[in-house]
Write a protein that binds this ligand. Structure first.
Ligand SMILES: [Zn+2]
Length: 149
């Protein structure tokens, strides 16, 4: 059994920004092209902003032009769960973190090969953990990703 990470809404509200809370807990959607990960900026692993579970790799990220970070596969099939979403009178498949249930985005079947899938994910639901040792390159310029908290 996968262990579920459970946090109270109060804990989450203290831990997340209002936008992160809205997207992950209230199935919100960030404005297109507003997210920090719309375009791939660095290699690494995108983790769940709520619980830290590894969700997507920059290896499967592609530029879909949609305005949201797009991936053609999750890091591991077990890391994300999908659920049919028929709100808005459209058939969409909702994607959430398998560990904590955080809403991440939606998956569509118009992605590139090999999967043909397009995971359309909100930047605010993700946190990029830059690759520790990228072979061949050591450009860790001034990456402000090291947020001290
Ligand atoms: Zn999570």
């Amino acid at each position: 059994m996968a262990k579920k990470v459970e946090k109270s809404r109060q804990e989450l509200a203290a831990h997340l920004t209002p936008e992160q809370f809205h997207v992950t807990q209230e199935h919100g959607t960030e404005r297109p092209f507003s997210g920090q990960y719309v375009h791939k900026t660095a290699d690494g692993t995108y983790t769940c902003v709520v619980c830290g579970a590894p969700l997507f790799s920059s290896d499967t990220q592609f530029d879909s032009g949609s305005g949201w970070p797009s991936f053609w596969a999750p890091l591991d099939e077990g890391q994300v769960e999908t659920e049919s979403d028929t709100s808005w009178l459209m058939r969409r498949t909702e994607v959430h973190c398998a560990s904590c249930g955080a809403h991440l985005g939606h998956v569509f079947e118009d992605g590139p090969r090999p999967t043909g899938l397009r995971y359309c994910i909100n930047s605010v639901a993700l946190k990029l953990e830059p690759a520790a040792e990228a072979s061949g390159e050591q450009s860790t310029s001034d990456d402000e990703a090291k947020a001290s908290s």
